[in-house]
Design a binder for this molecule. Structure first.
Ligand code: GUE
Length: 275
């Protein structure tokens, strides 16, 4: 029996809880999403985040900047939001146009407003296991595993992908939950041999349909972080239908990890506002 994890339902629960707590605050938390340029996928994700902000009873402080904007102009917007007491969280949507340096811009966000958990400061707190704001997508994966009762302590977790947005923080968060963690990437010599030893398999490779039945141990929990727009609709990094009857749990795309990313962003913004 394979359970298809309903990420949308878990996300709605998290968002409802955030909204209930926001309603008790004397001041509405504000989240600034910053979208640079006209990448159509980014526009969809940012629209989803702004809708969630409004539905949580928070203030939408969205900024749009044209693709031709300079590094200094983006920095000025970030600095203005950093100084604004009504702004509790700042999210710079990635990817940025190629002429901009994302690392330098992200690091202008103060740690207390880093609701994406992507600054050098937040990454350092995560690496040291200290309190801080955590990246939303790996937080959402942890929340999904917990809500499904998947045991992390002592499990072998394999993370496919090592990006600073997902793979790397994901591995660290699984470590903090006492899993034994392996990280695979494009230079891994025998991917299937490694992933077949995984009790928990988190796939964040950015390669459509990379993972199939031959990669999965019977009874494993498989989390698909990939999201790709094809002429036939959205698909992930996992050939999910092949895993029916093999995996114990699997997340669909859409309706799996994506909605959790947005839910954890709302939870981070509430946390940032409280401090
Ligand atoms: N600074 C930054 N922070 C991010 O968190 C960030 C980012 N940059 N860049 C891109 C990725 C991607 N991402 C998603 C958010 C929601 C869905 C989502 O809601 N997906 C829906 C489908 C929505 C659709 O139609 O595409 C689902 O999977 O069911 C997906 C992907 C956040 N990202």
């Amino acid at each position: 029996m394979t359970t298809f994890i309903d990420g949308k339902a878990v996300a709605l629960r998290v968002r409802a809880q955030v909204a209930a707590e926001v309603a008790t605050l004397s001041r509405k938390p504000g989240l600034a999403t910053i979208l640079v340029g006209d990448d159509p996928a980014s526009a969809v994700y940012v629209a989803g985040k702004r809708k969630a902000v409004r539905e949580a009873g928070m203030r939408d402080l969205h900024r749009y900047l044209p693709a031709t904007v300079s590094q200094g102009q983006v920095a000025a917007v970030l600095d203005e939001l950093a100084a604004d007491p009504g702004c509790d969280g700042i999210l710079l949507q990635l990817p940025l146009p190629a002429h901009l340096d994302p690392g330098a811009l992200i690091d202008r966000i103060p740690a207390g407003k880093d609701v994406d958990g992507l600054t050098t400061h937040s990454a350092g707190l995560l690496a040291r296991g200290e309190n801080g704001l955590r990246p939303c997508t790996p937080s959402g994966v942890i929340e999904l595993l917990a809500s499904e009762g998947v045991k992390m302590r002592g499990a072998h977790a394999v993370v496919v992908g090592r990006s600073s947005l997902v793979g790397h923080p994901m591995a660290e968060m699984l470590l903090h939950h006492d899993a034994t963690v392996s990280v695979a990437h494009k230079h891994t010599t025998d991917l299937a041999a490694l992933t077949r030893t995984a009790d928990i398999l988190v796939v964040a490779a950015g390669v459509p349909h990379l993972i199939g039945a031959e990669h999965v141990k019977p009874g494993a929990a498989v989390i698909d972080v990939g999201i790709h727009r094809t002429p036939h609709g959205l698909t992930g990094d996992v050939r999910t239908t092949e895993l029916r009857g093999i995996a114990a749990q699997v997340t669909p795309v859409p309706g799996g990890v994506g909605p959790m990313t947005i839910a954890m962003l709302m939870a981070n913004t509430l946390r940032a506002a409280r401090r």
